[in-house]
Design a protein around this ligand. Structure first.
Ligand SMILES: Cc1ncc(COP(=O)(O)O)c(C=O)c1O
Length: 357
């Protein structure tokens, strides 16, 4: 970050941003990556690139963060909520087909907890109807499905570098562009609707307003902060794997006794080690465990409330019973402390406290 300041290039698309772009492009094998100010903004760019208009429909899981829906709703789309699979808690591909209409303009699967959706089945349905897929990969950087990195399946994919993610710069994100037809327009939208990127590459002799767009570039200081982590991504992921496996191993017999379920990682998925959650037998037990841990200064948290039952979701016609798996899981899921420098002593303390419950 000091170097970014010394470079006197602290605004967006500077040398550190470019290094983040090429590191991600080369590691993941993605034709074009653009850092953004958040995953929310990367999703908004996806909505602009897909030319989402009033009356269009976008299919997404109800069990996700509000931005997966809002980025498209902002442009007039109606979110169509799909339920999730009971095992991975990802969009249930077997429920996708009946939700498709002639107005469907995008399908947005979310790789929950960095464990992949069933991409083959989702892409098969999407391709058959000519519908673009945007992967919301906020949790899943460096996770894989059948040996291929998450974020490389949809025509577009989005990452989050929010404070809560495996790699972070406070607030940040990225748009991954797998279909080259979107690259030129994405660069323009990213740079306030101008052809500034082409100008800096010497492809035009001045830059000007050529399309709609906004300011989606993070500062190069934030890119420097992020690059330092991306450069040691294998070390960070190895540490997170240790944390995940520690919970898995040391809570196993307690979970079996209590009827508590762990995350399911199918054999063909390499997860991104983003979170470790418990599926408690009931809402009451989940709340009681949160309180129990709180008395020992341990913070554990629930996760998404079903979007279809939110105030906004109901405006779009969401009703109780529409997504039964989402409604059930949302009540029972509990996330355990999970961050890069979580020490073994603290992990042991969390495990001991849980086993006393
Ligand atoms: C699935 C999912 N998508 C999108 C986002 C939004 O990310 P950001 O905070 O980077 O905008 C989040 C945030 O946690 C998320 O969980």
């Amino acid at each position: 970050m000091r170097e970014a300041i010394r470079n006197v290039h602290t605004c967006g698309n500077g040398p550190f941003t470019k290094k983040c772009h090429s590191l991600l492009e080369q590691t993941l094998g993605v034709p074009k990556v653009l850092l953004t100010t958040s995953c929310t903004h990367a999703l908004e760019m996806a909505a602009l690139l897909l030319d989402i208009q009033a009356g269009d429909e976008v299919i997404l899981p109800s069990f996700t963060f509000v931005s997966t829906a809002n980025a498209f709703v902002l442009h007039g789309a109606r979110p169509v909520f799909c339920d999730i699979r009971p095992d991975t808690l990802n969009l249930d591909e077997s429920k996708l087909q009946p939700l498709i209409t002639r107005r469907t303009k995008a399908i947005v699967p979310v790789h929950y907890a960095g464990i992949s959706c069933e991409m083959e089945a989702i892409l098969k349905i999407a391709t058959a109807h000519g519908i673009p897929v945007v992967e919301d990969n906020a949790h899943g950087l460096f996770g894989k499905y059948k040996g291929k990195y998450l974020g490389t399946f949809g025509c577009l994919a989005t990452q989050s570098f929010h404070e809560t993610k495996n790699f972070n710069c406070g607030e940040g994100g990225a748009l991954l562009i797998n279909d080259p037809q979107y690259i030129e327009r994405a660069e323009i939208i990213h740079e306030k609707g101008t052809n500034r990127s082409r100008f800096f590459r010497g492809q035009v002799d001045k830059y000007t307003w050529v399309d709609i767009g906004s300011s989606y570039l993070p500062s190069d200081m934030l890119a420097a902060y992020l690059l330092a982590q991306l450069e040691v991504h294998e070390r960070i992921q190895a540490k997170r794997r240790q944390i995940w496996e520690y919970y898995h191993q040391h809570l196993q017999s307690w979970a079996n006794e209590q009827g508590v379920r762990f995350p399911v990682v199918p054999a063909h998925c390499e997860q991104a080690y983003h979170m470790f959650y418990l599926l408690m037998p009931s809402l009451e037990q989940r709340q009681a465990l949160i309180e129990h841990l709180k008395t020992q200064d341990i913070i554990s948290v629930f996760h998404y409330l079903p979007l279809h039952l939110s105030r906004m979701g109901k405006k779009f016609g969401g009703r109780e019973g529409d997504c039964p798996v989402t409604e059930d899981v949302s009540d029972r899921l509990l996330r355990l402390p999970f961050y890069n420098d979580l020490s073994e002593a603290d992990l042991a303390r969390v495990v001991t406290a849980i086993c006393k419950f």
